[in-house]
Write a protein that binds this ligand. Sequence first.
Ligand code: PMT
Length: 225
Amino acid sequence: QIPQALAGQHWVITAGPTMEAIDPVRYISNHSSGKMGYALAASAISRGATVTLVSGPVQCTPPAGVNLIKVKSADEMLAACESNMDTPASVFIGAAAVADFKMKTATDQKMKKTSDSDEMQLTLVKNPDIIATLAQDKRANIMVGFAAETQNVIDYAKSKLERKGLDIIIANDVSRADIGFNQDENQVTVITKQTSWEPAKAAKSELANQLVDFICQHSQSTPSN
Ligand code: PMT
């Protein structure tokens, strides 16, 4: 790898979970730790890129030199990405586990138990699809998504590649306890319209380097970039 190969490039990366308020004390979220997204940010910085990391609530230490934007909800994550991608970014990577749904109306006051009922119903509405919105608006030259799946991993990932208008999708089998959410290691299948590639299981930091290299090679072989 040539040192500083990404000098002059702006990469925008999302990481971690989103947190969707139910009321002032409760929320909907998921098990993403942010480790994969933060590792990708560190790798792109080490190669000379300017990196904006839009992060949900996590415990990870941000890499030195990153432009870190902390958000909670999917709406905030989309707004932060858009406001940092007025000029199209070189690469966007959606490593965040965005909650698919949010409360139709989050209440201002703590929801109270009602003594006459053992059930409670919450009405949820779809969150915006951040990566699909950014892809549609051509906010980056190369759009890279992850697909977190527990079954039919490759087929579902391929359909997300098409449906969301992406260049690359990284399929992640999150049914496995040894990789994926909150683990230090990961194993993925990288899928483009032309090829697929399965790097070996590795530490997220090592895998991130391989993924950044793959994205660079893909962007160099894409005529419009
Ligand atoms: O954070 P870690 O603990 O290190 O775990 C890493 C990871 C498992 C979270 C990561 O590798 C991963 O798979 N991230 C994607 C999780 C996810 O939400 O996948 P999805 O299949 O639901 O979404 C597909 C793609 O669309 C993703 O790039 C996601 O960021 C994006 N998306 C999804 C929903 C939505 N409303 N907006 C989005 O942009």
